[in-house]
Design a protein around this ligand. Structure first.
Ligand SMILES: *Cc1c(COP(=O)(O)O)cnc(C)c1O
Length: 401
């Protein structure tokens, strides 16, 4: 019986197959990007050149933060944030279970402990009410920080997280990897862009090819806090300072001092050039993402395919377009056979063996676990063509219908 079904599935799937794989996300590199990078390779600097700061300033301007620090990747950005906020073996930090591993791992790099909280089942964002419960259940001073995630490009309610964090004296790192350009209207009626530093102490972005701005590997930290900014600059490059006002002695123009243990987490100059070139098109990319989302929304309205956010989210960055389906594995496999490479975002982090082994008690997060059973990320990237999207929509409707 089982063999039969498998055969059957294969037969159906092999009937229609797209001529080339359609991934869930991919970079968009133009001839202009290539020309810019090629030009940069002829400059005197491959690393630590003038384009890093240029990119940082342009990025900060786009996001609306005072400062930006470009680093080697988004994970390094998270690690540096944890270091700058003095996370150590005594630290307890709360984050979402539905996120990429790195949102939690950065705490572990510094020896701290991670508590996973559940998600709001409608938005898949870290559930602030669950966070509040966790905080209220422990003596004050137990927790030091919260890491909310602007999941899939949907802005976390940072003003609410700030108010809660202030009650308990916590810092906030906003993981904005999915959400450059997304925004929400805060309680005062002001528009706040994700990662703009208005409410979070630090925010981080990734420049990985599947994210909105690609630089190969790369990451950016944004903040409005000058002290944290200056510390991050040092931590990014071995903990070294050359600032005369900080040196306890000075032997000459070559002289530098190392004041704390840092890393080499720098971005290269030609990557910054690629990031800069991409940044000039980021709004165009966002518009296209909204068009694609709208088409999916319309195609799935009234079907048994669940979408996770209301349809009129002008503030959404649409890094991912996620649906909920029954028999997810079968749908995934059939789409894969048709050359549509969907993805699962994410396996709940608290169920990973590493975190299970660390946990002192069994962690059960019902919304996260239920979401994981059904979620499926469909192709969503600016260069996805209408024809490709039509194929995706027709196939998924046929498979789930
Ligand atoms: C991509 C991503 C990261 C890590 O970024 P890298 O540049 O791949 O290290 C962290 N958090 C989230 C939510 C991400 O999507």
């Amino acid at each position: 019986m089982l063999t039969f079904q498998r055969k059957d599935t294969k037969l159906i799937a092999s009937k229609i197959k797209y001529c080339k794989p359609i991934p869930y996300g991919r970079q968009h590199i133009t001839p202009e990007d290539i020309a810019q990078v090629a030009k940069a390779l002829e400059h005197d600097y491959l690393t630590q050149g003038p384009h890093i700061q240029e990119f940082e300033e342009a990025f900060a301007q786009y996001i609306g933060s005072k400062y930006a620090v470009a680093v080697a990747n988004g994970t390094a950005a998270l690690h540096l944030c944890a270091l700058a906020l003095d996370v150590n073996e005594q630290s307890n930090v709360i984050t979402s279970s539905i996120t990429f591993l790195a949102s939690a791992n950065c705490v572990r790099y510094c020896g701290g402990h991670v508590t996973f909280a559940d998600i709001d089942p409608n938005t898949i964002i870290l559930d602030i009410n669950h966070v509040r419960q966790i905080l209220a259940a422990s003596p004050k001073g137990t927790y030091q920080g919260i890491i909310p995630v602007d999941f899939a490009g949907y802005p976390a309610p940072m003003d609410e997280f700030r108010a809660l964090a202030d009650e308990y004296g916590l810092w906030i790192i906003e993981d904005s990897c999915h959400a450059p350009g997304a925004w929400f209207t805060d309680k005062n009626g002001s528009i706040q862009r994700c990662g703009n530093g208005q409410y979070a102490d630090l925010a981080i972005f990734s420049l990985h090819p599947v994210k909105h701005i690609a630089a190969g590997e790369g990451g950016v930290i944004t903040t409005n806090n000058q002290q944290l900014y200056e510390r991050l600059l040092k931590l990014r490059t071995h903990g070294i300072t050359r600032n005369p006002s900080e040196l306890t002695e000075n032997h000459g123009a070559w002289y530098y001092q190392m004041h704390e243990l840092g890393y080499n987490y720098r971005l290269t100059d030609f990557q910054a050039v690629l990031g800069m070139s991409q940044l000039t098109r980021v709004e165009q990319g966002m518009q296209r993402r909204h068009e694609i989302a709208k088409r999916y929304d319309e195609a799935f309205a009234g079907t048994n395919i669940k979408t996770y956010v209301p349809t009129n989210h002008v503030s959404h960055a649409y890094h991912l377009y996620i649906v909920g389906v029954e028999n997810r594995k079968a749908v995934y496999d059939e789409l894969r056979a048709a050359n549509i490479l969907t993805q699962i975002h994410y396996i709940p982090v608290h169920t990973q063996p590493y975190y299970k082994n660390l946990a002192t008690q069994n962690v059960y997060l019902p919304h996260a676990e239920k979401y994981y059973e059904h979620c499926l990320s469909l192709p969503m990237y600016p260069s996805l063509t209408d024809e490709e999207q039509t194929f995706v929509i027709e196939r998924i409707l046929e498979i789930t219908g």
